[in-house]
Design a binder for this molecule. Structure first.
Ligand code: NI
Length: 177
């Protein structure tokens, strides 16, 4: 039966490994993993997830932007699985915004990311797709892609002054509304 899975936490060495490419045709266990990742992202109020966060070191990530308590201003999209994703081209300019990570609970960091990224990936059938992602969705992609190369958003912080707790972050959101 499909169910949500526990998320590996910062310090687990799997989160620091480079993930292996996925082969086609897709195994049933990989299809189930994708379903579990989508369920888990939803249950945990995330907007994306990478397979290593569930302990599977494979090049697979989920983009699932939608407004929720953790990200009230996220745009709504259908959850999408990106297999063997690659970054082909990026904007020159970067934008800083607050990010959290289900593997780093309780913290938010102000992370510089490229404004847009042109990415290439395979869908569940192995079809190659190229797409340009913008703004918040580009940010999610860059965050999740990092998980496939052993990186965490904390690695990009310019200063520890760019950190705050989730509690402080939530208070600021409420005060801003
Ligand atoms: Ni993360």
């Amino acid at each position: 039966m499909l169910e949500t899975k526990p998320i590996l936490q910062l310090g687990n060495p799997i989160l620091r490994k480079s993930a292996a490419p996925i082969e086609f045709p897709l195994l049933t266990e990989k299809r189930e993993l994708i379903e579990e990742m989508i369920l888990t992202t939803d249950a945990m109020k995330g907007v994306g997830l990478a397979a290593p966060q569930l302990g599977v070191s494979s090049q697979l990530l989920i983009l699932a932007s939608r407004p929720n308590k953790r990200y009230p201003h996220a745009p709504l999209m259908e959850p999408k699985a990106l297999l063997n994703p690659k970054i082909m081209l990026t904007s020159q300019d970067t934008v800083k915004d607050w990010e959290g990570c289900l593997s780093v609970p309780g913290l938010r960091g102000l992370v510089p990311r490229k404004r847009w990224v042109e990415v290439s990936y395979q869908d569940l059938e192995g079809q190659e797709i190229q797409e340009r992602l913008h703004d918040f969705v580009a940010r999610i992609f860059q965050h999740e892609y990092d998980h496939l190369i052993g990186k965490i958003f904390l690695d990009h912080l310019e200063s520890t002054l760019d950190l705050m707790t989730e509690q402080e972050f939530q208070q600021r959101i409420q005060n801003a509304n």
